[in-house]
Design a protein around this ligand. Structure first.
Ligand code: ADP
Ligand code: MG
Length: 201
């Protein structure tokens, strides 16, 4: 695993989130309260502010620290959910060097943490509709290509779902026909990880 992986993930994540803030805002305006773009920007800027301190850590401890930062700095449901995700992933990431099995295992811990914190499962029109299929996909022969496809399909599948968790659930049937903002941000972050691991950015 490249030693500068933490830095590259951190830098690319914030760039990508900032480039999509308006899109995330618009999605959350449609079925929520419109703050998802702002929440994600605030959270990833706080991670960026950790800078060298974060980059000096190996991936597991860096993810834990980034997760704690999200929990502390981001209001809204998404901060604690993404924060729990990263903390659980980081805590489980003990292999050195990190094997593919270690990575899949820690991703599973992260997804389990979101389910527990959100008292939710896939199918409720949330970020889990991207994260769960991505977790299933990473055991494929070409895990990165499978993860990208699973993220795209999972996001698209939220369009016709009725939200049963989070703010969008207040809309009931009226949540149908819109993509879920958290599923969009998750798909974005999956793309970031794949691009960094493939050396595309
Ligand atoms: P808030 O809903 O508090 O305004 P955000 O707008 O930042 O927070 O985040 C909303 C996103 O959080 C939703 O689009 C959804 O993907 C995710 N979310 C909300 N509640 C849950 C939950 N219980 N389980 C999983 N994800 C959830
Ligand atoms: Mg919101």
């Amino acid at each position: 695993m490249a030693p500068d992986l933490t830095r590259r993930l951190r830098e690319e994540a914030v760039v990508r989130i900032i480039a999509h803030v308006d899109e995330l805002t618009a999605l959350d305006q449609a079925i929520g309260d419109g703050d998802h773009g702002f929440n994600m920007k605030r959270g990833f800027e706080a991670i960026t502010a950790l800078g060298d301190e974060l980059d000096a850590l190996s991936l597991g401890p860096a993810l834990q620290k980034a997760g704690m930062t999200l929990v502390m700095k981001v209001g809204g449901a998404s901060g604690p959910l993404y924060g729990s995700f990263l903390m659980a992933m980081g805590k489980a990431m003990t292999g050195d060097p990190l094997s593919r099995e270690d990575f899949v295992g820690s991703l599973a811990e992260g997804v389990a943490a979101v389910k527990m914190r959100g008292k939710s499962e896939a199918g409720a029109k949330t970020m889990l509709d991207v994260l769960v299929p991505v977790l299933d996909a990473v055991t494929a022969d070409d895990p990165l290509a499978a993860a990208r496809q699973a993220a795209r399909d999972g996001l698209e599948a939220t369009r016709n779902m009725k939200a049963t968790k989070g703010r969008a659930s207040f809309l009931g049937e009226r949540s149908i026909g819109h993509l879920d903002p958290g599923a969009r941000s998750s798909a974005l972050l999956v793309e970031v990880v794949c691009d960094v691991l493939e050396g595309k950015v």
